[in-house]
Write a protein of this length. Structure first.
Length: 444
């Protein structure tokens, strides 16, 4: 059977694949695993959610599951994912549960689990929880049943933390923030205003049904238009649970996660915060980031795609900055997971501190044209071993030299191979990608 937990928790169609019964079972199993790992006290869990309508149903199920297994619950309400991770650490809880499907459409939902300290659970613990879900267990009664209380001013605690770690005030900056009608609809405008910026908020009226609906970090047209309309210095776009952000400069041009990391890496190098002058990105980051970092004297280490693999590399090396092209950026000194609000505050602080427009700061990196082709195949493993594919890749790499690169990556969930080519021009990248896609599709 397929593993229940994916790279970012359990996700599916709410009340379809992801039922209240499944949510209750996951939560109860998580509480039992925690209790067995540490019998010194009753486990304590922080539970938060994004504003999807199904979140109310799933929150009730998760709380019931945790308390039925003897865990106490601190209910945080609607909060960004990184706020839940922060509260787990700040309140000394044993586990955090975030009910969110991030950037997915409203009908979906998900369950993300955090360990003590606010870190994502290791695969081995997730597997242990999955195994416990199929076992019968003793349920506590009487005083052994878990209790529930609400976290007082959960959002305020999180925003105060963000303000403490923002290195420069934002007075004089005008920013448009697209909250995706999601979990940051209150916290993001509040944090940016309290940091000193003039804030114009859009899509900050969640009704349970409109999260990510044509807005946020996956739909940038509206934040771009709002920046131009209001003459703002920049725009920030979050996703539904605000663990990521993308930016827009004053001209309406998109500043992606790679460019954001480039700006932050240089800022942190200047301030002495960039441990070993090293940035961690993924194999999908643009070659332009590699070139910009090399020219700045910064080493770029690459991890597999997925923020959990970036986190593993950051923790293994003790590094201070890492992230993905999609806008998941992690600053381990201040957050245990991707934090879109923290990222945005640090980016705006750099603009304010230097007095340099975002377009100029982001211009340190030139994005090379990147073409991605998804090729349906019958056997992903056969493609990896095919001599004709290896020869074709070698030929393209020789043609591109230092001005481009090739990446073939099998899908983790489908019989697909993703062919990615970067080159000096879009025409070159497109031609090479289509050529390679043809060779890949011919593998039998």
């Amino acid at each position: 059977m397929a593993r229940l937990f994916g790279t970012d928790g359990v996700r599916g169609l709410a009340n379809g694949d992801l039922t209240p019964e499944l949510a209750l079972s996951i939560a109860a199993a998580a509480a039992r695993v925690l209790a067995e790992h540490d019998r010194s006290h009753r486990p304590v869990a922080v539970v938060g959610r994004d504003p999807r309508a199904s979140g109310e149903m799933l929150e009730a199920a998760v709380v019931a599951g945790l308390t039925s297994a003897g865990a106490d619950v601190l209910r945080a309400g609607v909060l960004p994912t990184p706020a839940v991770a922060h509260l787990v650490a700040a309140l000394g809880a044993d586990v955090g549960v975030m009910i969110s499907a991030s950037h997915n459409p409203m009908p979906d939902n998900g369950i993300k689990l955090f360990a003590a300290g606010g870190h994502k659970l290791p695969d081995a613990v997730e597997d242990e929880i999955e195994q416990k879900m199929g076992e019968r267990s003793h349920r506590p009664t009487g005083a052994g049943v878990g209790r529930v209380r609400d976290v007082e001013d959960a959002e305020g605690q999180y925003v105060q933390h963000l303000l403490k770690v923002t290195p420069h005030r934002l007075e004089g900056l005008k920013v448009v923030v697209d909250c995706a009608n999601g979990a940051a609809s209150v916290a993001a405008p509040d944090a940016y205003r309290r940091a000193g910026a003039e804030v114009i908020e859009i899509h900050a009226g969640p009704d349970g049904l409109n999260i990510n609906d044509g807005c946020g970090s996956t739909h940038l047209d509206q934040v771009r238009a709002a920046v131009l309309l209001h003459g703002a210095d920049l725009g920030i776009a979050h996703d539904g649970d605000a663990d990521r952000c993308l930016a827009v400069d004053a001209k309406g041009d998109v500043v992606d996660g790679d460019q954001i990391m480039a700006v932050l890496a240089l800022a942190m190098k200047d301030s002495g915060e960039l441990t070993d002058n090293t940035l961690v990105a993924t194999v999908m980051s643009n070659l332009g980031l590699h070139i910009a970092m090399r020219e700045a004297g910064i080493e770029l280490k690459t991890a597999a795609v997925g923020d959990r693999y970036v986190l593993e590399e950051l923790r293994a090396g003790g590094y201070a900055l890492g992230g993905e092209q999609s806008g998941h950026v992690v600053l381990p000194a201040h957050a245990t997971t991707g934090d879109g609000l923290l990222t945005a505050l640090r980016l705006m602080a750099r603009v304010s501190e230097t007095g340099t427009p975002l377009a100029e700061l982001a211009g340190v990196m030139r994005r090379l044209p990147q073409v991605l082709v998804n090729v349906v195949v019958t056997d992903k493993a056969a493609v990896a071993q095919d001599a004709a594919v290896r020869e074709a890749v070698a030929d393209v790499e020789a043609e591109l030299g230092d001005t481009g690169r090739v990446l073939l990556r099998p899908s983790g969930t489908e019989q697909l191979v993703r062919v990615m080519v970067e080159a000096a021009t879009h025409e070159l990248a497109e031609s090479a990608a289509q050529r390679l896609a043809g060779v890949v599709s011919a593998v039998r």
